[in-house]
Design a protein around this ligand. Structure first.
Ligand code: HEM
Length: 447
């Protein structure tokens, strides 16, 4: 590819747009926000397809928006998500998100060492309530087990669209015992767990819908529309399989991603105690503009410093294109390097320093953690509200300290991310200390 003038260039090629050919597959990696915006946002109509995700289809994620190729079904699912989770509509879930945040902080007051489990239970319950109207009351709920199995299967699939079976689909027909692909064997055994995530909460919520007791949820909204159209004799926009697939997709796309972001925030709060001190009096509630800005800046800086999907989920082009004199053939897989964008020295002063106050100086929030163009994450407003509400509640009660090693030296958590779809921060330690007994008491009394 030709040399570009962008500041974010690869030292080897001198370009912010890198081309690779892998077994005949054209792959383009965009290393700058400018290139990603110009191609995926401004020419979004051409870059809205996805590569074949054969591995995820084998697992049972066939009707999952994330993996749908461009076409009528994609447009339908995208509309279902965008209409339900638009910025103006997500406010409807706020009381429930706040209730789950308070529940989680109460359980942390009782058992601060269980912070991983308590925060996972919170994000699981939030997403099950949003998707299926089903609260997840405790870690022993079968929903926790099936979500864990489904997430592990999906994460073990590696970088989406790059496994052996994605690149060479016929390999899926080779019998398991001679098949060289461990992830493919894993995908086959994961089917039951993934099917369970679609079926079991659906059946429970259907009983509640029939009894007239079901709360507002993604499933209920789209089921009600389905019933209304049937009664009016109108043609159905979405089939039952579409509604079921999209509802299941909400769980896999929106549960662990939100949990991983909560964990990242805890990691950076532990690593940078000064960030807690700076905003000590700011984290008090939900609503005041100044509080909102402080906490938003902290969350954005966390996302900038540790993108959980460093190469994002691949897009694919539909038609031939020419960009800055470079020819990009139809069918090219396009990856966006969010880490490169987030550490661009032309955009961020001292990009490797964690500094939420950089946004007071006018530096832009990171671009790309939620993707680009017509495939941009439709759950981003919802996810950020969950993270925000938990942190605001948590920091009103607790502060985080670094754990000590055997010699009494602090163990400073190192930011790192696991490989695979929906990465997680690598394991780290932290110690939760109650900072405000008064807030803790108020929260416990409010139960
Ligand atoms: C902090 C949490 C989250 C992060 C970091 C995140 C990140 C992402 C990213 C990077 C993509 C790919 C975008 C692209 O291809 O350009 C994506 C897609 C998607 N996300 Fe999220 N997400 C989060 C939460 C959620 C939530 C809560 C939901 C559901 C309510 C959700 C639903 C989806 C769906 C359905 C897609 C596929 C969109 C498509 O292919 O058209 N996400 N997300």
């Amino acid at each position: 590819m030709a040399r570009s003038k962008s500041s974010l260039t690869s030292p080897r090629t001198g370009s912010d747009v890198i081309y690779v050919n892998m077994l005949g597959q054209h792959i383009v990696v965009l290393n700058s926000a400018v290139a990603a915006t110009e191609l995926l946002d401004q020419r979004g109509a051409n870059y809205c397809d996805r590569p074949d995700f054969t591995l995820f289809e084998i697992m049972g994620w066939g009707r999952t928006l994330t993996f749908l190729k461009w076409g009528e079904q994609f447009k339908l699912h995208r509309k279902m998500f965008q209409s339900t989770f638009s910025r103006s509509n997500v406010g409807i879930f706020r009381p429930m998100q706040l209730q789950e945040s308070r529940k989680a902080v109460r359980s942390l007051i009782k058992g601060p060492d269980n912070w991983r489990e308590s925060t996972l239970l919170m994000t699981t319950s939030i997403i099950f309530r949003i998707a299926f109207g089903q609260e997840v009351p405790s870690e022993s709920s079968p929903y926790c087990e099936m979500t864990k199995a489904a997430s592990q299967a999906t994460t073990a699939g590696g970088i989406a669209g790059t496994s052996l079976v994605d690149i060479f689909p016929p390999i899926q027909f080779v019998p398991g015992w001679i098949n060289p692909s461990a992830v493919l064997r894993h995908a086959r055994v994961s089917r039951n767990a993934i099917q369970a995530v679609h079926d079991q909460p659906w059946d429970s919520n259907m009983r509640a819908i029939e009894a007239g007791t079901a709360p507002y949820s993604f499933m209920k909204i789209h089921w009600d529309r389905f019933v209304e159209s049937a009664k009016a004799g109108r043609p159905q926009e979405a089939s039952l399989a579409d509604i079921k697939g999209a509802t299941g997709a909400t769980i896999i796309a929106g549960g662990n991603t939100t949990w991983a972001t909560v964990l990242s925030c805890m990691l950076f709060l532990t690593r940078h105690p000064e960030a807690q001190r700076r905003d000590k009096h700011a984290y008090r509630g939900f609503g005041d503009r100044c509080e909102l800005k402080c906490l938003d800046d902290f969350i954005m800086e966390t996302m900038r410093c540790l993108p959980l999907n460093p190469l994002n989920i691949p897009h694919k082009s539909l038609r031939d294109d020419v960009y800055r004199g470079m020819f990009i053939p139809a069918g090219t897989m396009v990856l966006t390097n969010t880490t490169a964008m987030a550490t661009d020295a032309g955009t961020y002063k001292d990009p490797n320093v964690f500094d939420p106050s950089r946004y007071d100086r006018g530096e832009p929030y990171p671009l790309g953690n939620f993707g680009f163009g017509r495939r941009k994450c439709p759950g981003n407003w919802l996810a950020l509200a969950s993270v925000y509400m938990f942190l605001a509640t948590f920091l009103a009660v607790f502060e985080l300290e670094q754990a000590l090693d055997d010699e009494g030296k602090p163990k400073i958590p190192e930011p790192g991310v696991s490989v695979g779809l929906g990465g997680h921060p690598l394991p780290f330690e932290c110690v939760l200390k109650v900072r405000s007994q008064e807030m803790a008491r108020l929260l416990m009394e409010d139960a």
